[in-house]
Design a protein around this ligand. Structure first.
Ligand SMILES: N[C@@H](CCC(=O)N[C@@H](CS)C(=O)NCC(=O)O)C(=O)O
Length: 215
């Protein structure tokens, strides 16, 4: 089994944090997406969505999407740490928060960034290289959506250290990277005080010390 990553990319960072928190070991191969390595063969055919991360199983099956990868690894490992939850209620609440964060924050901001920053010119749609133009209206919509989410998140986190069951789950990892995107795109995340305290505590965790950064 091999995990294809590019450690400086947010999607890979989510998987990296999951692996460190759960102590799951997997062989990792770095593909340099800045140099388009993922767009060349054999990787282009292995994952037709042409993005990292993706996991190649020993039988040749390829699983992409960061959380699908994490879920597969959690369910097939001996790790006692279950970041997707241990019972029906916990699992549902984790999925609820994860979807809220992804739908209203992480994904809008992900596309907002691709429609704003110079480095994404010619690569507005993930896993493509085209002349499709960037559109700042997408970025502005993303900022508005994320601010609404951050207000709600801030209220939820007023008396909590984590989003669900007072222990770290994948929803916290998604949330951490949502705030990272928000900060990068210019939202003042410090003004969401409870969410910012939660973010800073997460940042201190050993598993959240990152191995690579985008330049
Ligand atoms: N929803 C996917 C997103 C994957 C994705 O967009 N990965 C980006 C890096 S964060 C990528 O590989 N980009 C390469 C490209 O656009 O060519 C996931 O969570 O795994």
């Amino acid at each position: 089994m091999k995990l294809y990553q590019y450690d400086a990319a947010p999607s890979s960072k989510r998987v990296e944090k999951f692996l460190k928190e759960t102590n799951i070991q997997v062989e990792i191969i770095q593909l340099n997406i800045m140099e388009g390595e993922h767009l060349r063969e054999p990787f282009k055919t292995m994952n037709p969505f042409n993005c990292i991360p993706f996991l190649e199983l020993d039988d040749g099956t390829v699983i992409s999407e960061s959380l699908a990868i994490c879920k597969y690894l959690e369910q097939t490992s001996n790790s006692e740490i279950k970041l997707f939850g241990e019972n029906a209620k916990e699992k549902a609440l984790i999925e609820m928060w994860n979807r809220r964060l992804e739908n209203d924050g992480y994904l809008p901001l992900f596309h907002g960034a691709r429609n704003k920053f110079e480095m994404f010119k010619g690569a507005v749609i993930p896993g493509t290289r085209t002349n499709f133009q960037q559109n700042l209206a997408v970025t502005n919509w993303a900022i508005e959506s994320a601010k609404t989410l951050l207000t709600r998140l801030d209220t939820h986190l007023q008396s909590l250290d984590f989003l669900v069951s007072n222990k770290l789950t994948v929803a916290d990892i998604t949330g951490f990277h949502t705030l990272r995107y928000a900060e990068r795109i210019g939202i003042d995340i410090k003004s969401y005080e409870s969410a910012f305290v939660w973010f800073c505590k997460l940042e201190q965790r050993p598993a959240f010390q990152e191995s690579a950064h985008l330049s």
